[in-house]
Design a protein around this ligand. Structure first.
Ligand code: CU
Length: 176
């Protein structure tokens, strides 16, 4: 009898190499940033830019809100020597002023409390409006009465002072 050595080829201990499927890739934070610029502002910012600095070409700060977002639009005409607002009663709080200079001198329009005689404490202003120009001013205003005024004081070649406010460049509007 031949003993048959049953050679059991040990299949060896196959090291179970657990291929750890490193699925550590695409972990997404819970918050996904959605840029909803439903408006037509064509500035599609690249991803990641934290602040969309709104500056106009002239370097002035962008209005706090757009004309489309305003509760009312007040068209203001400035000229020698008056300021005319239309309408004179505006719905707030978001009032969007469009100030057009139909005069010959440079003018400004400051929004102040009634009776103010200078622009200190003004809620806002559009300055340096040249002939034919229109300047925007977006202000959030509480209900009440406001003065629109030009506080420019010019000195003529003759030395005479030309005080736009004293000459009549002021009016009042009511914000409801
Ligand atoms: Cu003026």
């Amino acid at each position: 009898m031949t003993s048959r050595a049953l050679r059991v080829l040990g299949s060896g201990a196959l090291a179970a190499v657990l291929a750890l499927g490193a699925c550590g890739g695409e972990e997404q934070p819970g918050v996904s940033e959605i840029e909803d610029t439903s408006g037509g502002s064509g500035s599609s910012s690249a991803s990641g830019s934290a602040t969309a600095s709104g500056e106009t070409a002239s370097g002035e700060a962008a209005p706090a809100f757009t004309k489309a977002e305003a509760d009312s639009v007040v068209k203001v005409t400035v000229r020698e020597w008056e300021i005319v607002a239309e309408p004179t009663v505006a719905k707030g709080p978001k009032v969007y002023f469009e100030v057009t200079n139909e005069g010959e001198d440079v003018h400004e329009m400051a929004v102040t409390s009634p009776g103010a005689t200078d622009e200190e404490g003004a809620y806002g202003e559009v300055a340096g409006i040249r002939t034919g120009w229109t300047g925007p001013l977006a202000l959030e205003l509480a209900p009440g009465t406001y003065q629109l005024a030009c506080f420019i004081v010019e000195t003529e070649a003759s030395g005479e002072h030309e005080d736009h406010f004293q000459k009549g460049m002021k009016t009042e509007i009511e914000v409801q």
